[in-house]
Design a protein around this ligand. Sequence first.
Ligand SMILES: Nc1ncnc2c1ncn2[C@@H]1O[C@H](COP(=O)(O)OP(=O)(O)O)[C@@H](O)[C@H]1O
Ligand SMILES: [Mg+2]
Length: 306
Amino acid sequence: MASPNIVIFNDTHGWHSRQLVDALARYDIKCTLADLADCTIDLDTPNGLVIPGLNGTLPDGVIVRGIAPGTLEQITLRMDILHTLAELNVPVLNTAKAIEHTVDKARTSLRLHLAGINTPKTWACENNSKARSIAEKQFTQGHTLVLKPLFGCQGKGIEKITTLAEFEQQTPVGDAFYLQQYIEPFIPNQWQDWRLMVIDGQVIAAMSRHSKHWITNFAQGADCLATTINDDMTALAINATRAVDAAYAGVDIIRTQDGDYTVLEVNSVPAWKGLHQATGIDIADQLAQAIVRRITPSNITEHAQH
Ligand SMILES: Nc1ncnc2c1ncn2[C@@H]1O[C@H](COP(=O)(O)OP(=O)(O)O)[C@@H](O)[C@H]1O
Ligand SMILES: [Mg+2]
């Protein structure tokens, strides 16, 4: 029987893809590196999908490492492919459903809120005067707001706003306001949050991120340190991942001045280089194991090498 074949989707394949290829090879699983943008929907084929490098066959599993920016139409086609693969019973990490729940920060906020999971107070709307009156009310109550791009990542394009004058200088990305109450640091001027990686209902790695600046992403140069986490943080991360229907996720958690923990966001296509460097944990191997668990048992016993 041939080795299972996993497709890793990204527009540019780098360190993360190589980590996955090496990790999966240890389980005798082959990888095909592809770009969702290069796939074709073709009803002249049995499955309706043509994935480059697969000679018309379906993969045994899929890992989505990245989706390039595109038009609404292009993204729709790429999501059609991911949705269909899952409907054809191909294990997809993460599914189009989970990606849709997390790529848009407002959708994540709603999912978390409706699941009763701690997350900062958040407003999203298109209307400028509505956003302005929300901001005005928050400033009057003594709160600071954070304006984030709806599809933001790596701490890019986030602004802290404390006055209406500052609000008026903002041009929200795509004319969509996503406003969130700013969580003052637990210790003044020492900004810190935590990134927890959840895979299949377990926190497999965690780091704290420290910065002299309030945006503490690894990509923004924050210091990342391995850390122990308490039961509250663990439960929060696992429940947040479940709330967005993700098999795995990178969950950002911050501590309020009351000492409570709250979820800033859930990433369903998380990078893990910083987490790997901080903790030494082989995240790619943990993801490979998640794939192995999803491939048919006969394949696992036949192909797993340890
Ligand atoms: N409401 C907030 N209060 C305080 N800090 C925040 C808040 N939202 C974001 N941050 C800071 O900005 C960083 C990036 O925000 P996040 O929502 O995780 O977006 P991104 O997708 O860009 O990582 C967080 O890790 C945190 O350091
Ligand atoms: Mg984040």
